[in-house]
Design a binder for this molecule. Structure first.
Ligand SMILES: Cc1cc2nc3c(=O)[nH]c(=O)nc-3n(C[C@H](O)[C@H](O)[C@H](O)COP(=O)(O)O)c2cc1C
Length: 442
């Protein structure tokens, strides 16, 4: 199968690609028309057959999630997760900006398949431009009779889609915190079970899917689930968007088969490190995914394969670091993010994440004492798995993997009472610092 199939990025860069006229000129909404001629259950079957897995982080099978809706409870809701706050992740914002109608078509087909009449797109507060593009596209779709009182102007089915802007909290990307926030409450994650598909928004069954996940649905309906499955391997179908940042020659978004090789992506597609120096480390799926050493990156990015390699392709955010980067400094920055973004509901996370940040800073600044690296590991081991939501795991996994894989770096900081990478407080060259930290902000 060719590595060049483009599902999500096919129209990016075209003039006015965000408009309804442009989308229609390229055959847009033909999949919705086809879907409306199908039995709703047959659409769900196609999505199941496609092996589409969630692109929001956990890689859960989309079709299977849809079948968890209880048969006899109405209303049901759809929440589209456009919070995209995991450091290193930048793809959903570009789907919305470049091809909002593809997402709207995916939402419309999903709602028709699941008998949902109200959908919310929960979009990160820092994306005002993308929110405006999406709102304009929804207005176009409403005016054209695609959504609104009669779906696609003909079906006896009404569908409304609202855009809800978040207020810049990472935790509101967690599905149950997202629903709390939508309900007007503080974004505190809920205990699961019950899962949102059973008890969700306002206590009603709710499907929550990532933007990229739903943007694939029109292609699946148009070409069939089997064709999508054939683009991938094992239990993962299709292509996905990998956002590569950090120390590479050609950072950016790459649409590749879901099982693409990580090393190939970095060396061939991104041109290797910008500095020409060896790759020291790669975070393969957003800042929460366990780090890989440079000699461990010859691995498939497919969900199950990369899990077997001890990490995850999560949200597709690949962060590359060359050997000039101070790994303790990077971990300090990552730990600071999670300490800042902990919602404070669970004690281990609320108390533990600032402790991990402080200990990382202490080691990085040359004030660590023997045993501090193990103490850091011990703290992480008492947070991950002990919290209501997975932010505790997200904060722990980088600490566990950085300390395990780069222990010598931590110990050198402690033994030499300074950052061995030199160069001011950051301990990394200016170029690397900007590349890595810039990637984390995106
Ligand atoms: C702390 C935290 C933050 C998350 N942030 C996002 C996010 O910004 N976008 C997203 O799609 N999923 C995010 N998720 C995952 C969602 O909870 C959920 O699994 C996902 O939206 C489901 O969609 P999918 O099955 O299509 O991937 C986050 C999870 C956690 C624990």
């Amino acid at each position: 199968m060719s590595d060049d199939v483009k599902i999500l990025t096919a129209r990016w860069g075209k003039k006015d690609s965000h408009t309804l006229a442009s989308y229609r000129a390229d055959g847009g909404y033909a999949a919705l028309e086809k879907a409306l001629s199908m039995a709703p259950a047959a659409i769900v079957d196609e999505v199941k057959a496609s092996n589409l897995r969630g692109r929001g982080g956990a890689g859960f099978a989309t079709g299977m999630k849809w079948t968890f809706l209880p048969k006899d409870v109405r209303p049901r809701y759809l929440c589209v997760n456009a919070d995209e706050s995991e450091p290193g992740t930048f793809k959903d914002r570009y789907i919305i900006e470049n091809d909002p109608h593809m997402l709207i078509e995916g939402i419309a087909i999903t709602c028709f398949a699941l008998d949902i009449h109200l959908a919310y797109v929960y979009i990160r507060g820092e994306f005002p431009r993308q929110a405006a593009v999406l709102e304009a596209a929804l207005a176009e779709a409403r005016a054209a009779g695609i959504i609104g009182k009669r779906l696609y102007g003909k079906a006896d089915f009404d569908l409304e889609v609202h855009v809800h802007r978040g207020a810049g909290a990472y935790i509101c990307g967690e599905e149950s915190a997202l629903m709390e926030s939508l309900e007007g409450k503080k974004g505190y994650p809920r205990l699961k079970p019950p899962f949102p598909a059973v008890v969700g928004l306002w206590g009603k069954p709710t499907i929550i899917n990532n933007v990229e996940t739903l943007a694939n649905v029109p292609w699946i309906v148009k070409n069939g689930g089997a064709a999508f499955a054939a683009l991938g391997t094992g239990k993962s179908g299709g292509t996905r968007l990998f956002g590569v940042s950090g120390n590479v020659k050609r950072p950016g978004i790459y649409e590749k088969p879901v099982h693409y090789n990580l090393k190939r992506l970095i060396l061939e597609d991104c041109g290797g490190t910008a500095s020409g120096r060896p790759i020291q480390a790669v975070i393969p799926g957003g800042s929460s995914s366990p780090v890989l050493r440079g000699d461990e990156i010859d691995v498939s990015l497919e969900f199950d394969a990369i899990k077997a390699a001890g990490t995850m392709s999560g949200s597709g955010g690949v962060i590359v670091m060359d050997d000039s980067v101070c790994m303790v400094r990077v971990l300090s920055r990552v730990a600071k993010f999670y300490a800042e973004e902990s919602c404070g509901q669970c004690t281990p996370c609320r108390e533990g994440t600032p402790w991990m940040e402080a200990l990382c800073e202490k080691i990085e600044s040359g004030h660590g004492v023997p045993g501090d690296a193990d103490k850091l590991l011990d703290m992480a081991n008492h947070i991950g798995g002990f919290t209501i939501c997975a932010l505790g795991d997200a904060a722990s996994m980088p600490v566990q993997s950085f300390v395990k894989k780069f222990k010598a770096d931590f110990e050198r900081h402690i033994a030499e009472h300074r950052c061995p990478h030199g160069d001011a407080a950051w301990g990394v060259s200016q170029d690397s610092r900007d590349a890595v930290i810039g990637g984390m902000r995106s």
